[in-house]
Design a protein around this ligand. Structure first.
Ligand SMILES: *Cc1c(COP(=O)(O)O)cnc(C)c1O
Length: 175
């Protein structure tokens, strides 16, 4: 789902109820898209509506580095603000949505926050899934960048030359 309006027709509601009646559980994911859903209120409303009809909010994805990215992309800094402003509006039952998350080569990388450490403004990141499962859940840091829209735009914080996973990831890639 990209927007709460997709949940609002009778036929959509019936479809959800029929799937639920089989015993299946429905989890939702959607990309954050400029011009479509790039505001917190629409996400909060969508997640609330999903919970109301028996869908479990699961992921907010960052628009991928594919063809139409230039039109739909939202800067990571803005994506994080939208996620945070949306999640803080909803009940705990809708806070099952993770994100904003990039499904990138090394794994699924979530922006966990923006903070300042020793006067340096940084993104706090973590792997939700990694090529190497041992990367999962370790916090790591990138220089804050207001315009970056994807993982490959980010540079390590604190004067580091590489992110902790880079050498290992490069060694995994086919040449
Ligand atoms: C991660 C992901 C999913 C869901 O996979 P999980 O293993 O449940 O996290 C679905 N679609 C895309 C594009 C993903 O990146």
């Amino acid at each position: 789902y990209n927007h709460w309006r997709e949940l609002k027709t009778d036929i959509a509601y019936q479809a959800i109820q029929r799937i639920r009646a089989t015993g299946a559980e429905i989890r939702s994911q959607g990309p954050l898209l400029a011009h479509i859903n790039d505001n917190a209120d629409d996400w909060a409303k969508m997640w609330r509506e999903q919970v109301r009809v028996g869908i479990i909010p699961y992921y907010m994805f960052v628009e991928r580095d594919t063809g139409a990215q230039h039109y739909f992309e939202v800067p990571l800094a803005r994506a994080y603000e939208i996620y945070r402003d949306a999640i803080k509006q909803v009940s705990g039952l809708a806070r099952t949505a993770r994100g904003p998350s990039m499904s990138a080569g090394p794994g699924k990388v979530e922006i966990q926050g923006v903070t300042e450490v020793n006067g340096e403004k940084v993104f706090v990141l973590r792997f939700i899934q990694g090529r190497n499962p041992d990367w999962v859940q370790r916090p790591f840091f990138a220089q804050y960048d207001e315009t970056a829209t994807w993982l490959n735009h980010l540079k390590p914080a604190f004067g580091e030359e590489k992110f902790f996973f880079e050498d290992e990831y490069n060694a995994m890639k086919p040449v």
